[in-house]
Ligand binder design. Structure first.
Ligand code: NVA
Length: 312
């Protein structure tokens, strides 16, 4: 069966650990792993804005010996000009793998069902698993081990990053807290799935409304924009509802003294995170951004190995 990375729990705990190990090895020796030598092509398809994802996939595919082919989703008209299934068949005949940033998780699943090559979620409304692999890799660089750590995500828990932290964090054996107001928490399905995984790994998933209570004892403090791509029209209301969840210096100091601050970027200083936290010495945001490249290289290599050596 063709393997894909569509959501964070597509990797079992052992597989996630394997991918993180590979990512660390690739970071240590960036030009020694060349599974895309040929070069084989990886299609990078974007229906939403991108900076880190485009440049980290582009540079990463090149380092793997491959050719990163950029596809503008608007020009292609995926789902409008032609169906997702037909686009999948076309891309799968040209590329060895596909990374797609789009809105609906169901469209990504349809792409995977018809592409015939591995498909990687480069962000949907629901999940951002590439960012989570980079983030877990980053935490591992700063803490002795992932299992047993407490990580708290502040703000819009219902966005892709909140759900991905629950699934990927629980897979790594972490205790993941979502600190968000009512109506902005991950779905019951995601909470239940994270706790089910946690039964295996020792991790857990909880919702803590009060931000100070949530920060206490946290080893990792995470936030994300309050206005995810596609939610621009709700900006004013969101700025109000999330204000108590801003990661200020005072809130950050409520966490463990050696806590690290994380942000997937782009960041809005003075809104979801204070400049002194994001630019402070306990911030690892820039490591996260770099680690996107290493983590995605590892995912592509891992998936392609399981897909077998195709012609493309
Ligand atoms: N939640 C954010 C993540 C950006 C990388 C968004 O979807 O816009």
């Amino acid at each position: 069966m063709m393997r894909h990375l569509l959501r964070d729990d597509d990797l079992s705990p052992a597989e996630q650990a394997e991918v993180l190990e590979l990512a660390a090895a690739m970071k240590a020796a960036p030009f020694e792993h060349r599974p895309l030598e040929g070069p084989r092509t990886v299609a990078m398809v974007f229906d939403k804005p991108t900076l880190r994802t485009q440049v980290s996939f582009g540079a990463g595919v090149a380092e793997l010996g491959g050719f990163p082919m950029l596809v503008d989703g608007a020009l292609a008209g995926i789902g409008h000009r032609e169906s997702v299934a037909d686009v999948a068949r076309i891309l799968g005949r040209q590329a060895a793998a596909i990374a797609w940033r789009t809105f609906h998780q169901s469209d990504l699943e349809e792409m995977a069902a018809h592409a015939g090559v591995p498909v990687v979620n480069a962000l949907t409304d629901d999940f951002h698993p590439c960012q989570l692999l980079a983030d877990l890799m980053t935490v591992r660089e700063h803490k002795p081990q992932l299992a047993g750590l407490t990580v708290t995500f502040f703000g819009d828990g219902a966005c892709n990053m909140g759900s991905s932290w629950l699934l990927a964090g629980a897979t790594a054996g972490m205790h993941v807290r979502i600190s968000a107001p009512e109506g902005y928490v991950p779905s019951d399905e995601v909470f239940a799935r994270a706790n089910e995984i946690g039964e295996q790994t020792g991790g857990s998933a909880t919702w803590v409304v009060d931000p100070r209570e949530a920060a206490a004892g946290s080893d990792v403090v995470v936030t994300d924009t309050w206005v995810s791509m596609g939610k621009e029209e709700e900006a004013a209301a969101r700025t109000e509802v999330f204000a108590p969840y801003a990661v200020t210096q005072a809130l950050f100091e409520t966490a463990e003294p050696d806590a690290i601050a994380m942000h997937c970027l782009p960041a809005y200083r003075g809104k979801e995170i204070a400049a002194e936290v994001l630019d402070g010495i306990q911030s690892v945001a820039w490591d996260e951004a770099e680690n996107r490249r290493h983590a995605q290289k590892a995912v592509l290599a891992w998936l392609l190995e399981r897909a077998g050596a195709g012609e493309r």
